[in-house]
Design a binder for this molecule. Sequence first.
Ligand code: SF4
Length: 217
Amino acid sequence: MESMIKKYFPEMGIDIFWYSKKLTQNISSENNNLTSLDETIKKCKKCNLHKTRRNTVFGEGDPDSNIMIIGEAPGREEDEVGRPFVGRAGKLLNEFLKSINLNRDSVFIVNTIKCRPPENRDPEASEISACSDYLDQQINIIKPKVLVLLGKIAANRLLGEDMPMSELRLKKFFIDKYDIPIIVFYHPAYILRSPSQKKKVWDDLQYLKGIIDSNVS
Ligand code: SF4
């Protein structure tokens, strides 16, 4: 399958830049709905982040949405209220969505891991691994038609490759496990820290809009 995709898709002019079978695995069927999965995550102690969290951050939005947005990890404000993207980065994400005629209620927003790493450090590989089944289950339940990954950590988790953003943006990826287009977008927190990159966001938004328009009816 992989060799056929690599051989024929480029000949057809289809922009699949990378296709991976690496992450194929059985997704747990222990939780078959979002409510029970949320309850499971609230009690989770699979990694040390449970010791310092105030709240787990499950995610929110339209459970029937065709668009799922995946960030990296809860920050201080998210940890306090148990909701994703509520700080300045969240406001900027809302603006991104608005500019392409979307809003928070029309997508489902989650993070790669569900508990805040202390001092907002990057999550460790063992923490991402411990939490990975929960993200897989969320995707499996919601069944989006497009996945939007915000930043490198989410991209590395889903694509299994450590690539710079310059090689990730404005491209469409597929992995065997989901068979839906995956787009990597700048994390809004990065844009807040690096305002000079703002000019690239418009191109990314237009690319994202094109993918959504052609994959979500
Ligand atoms: S980060 Fe994930 S695996 Fe670790 S304690 Fe929180 S919910 Fe459990």
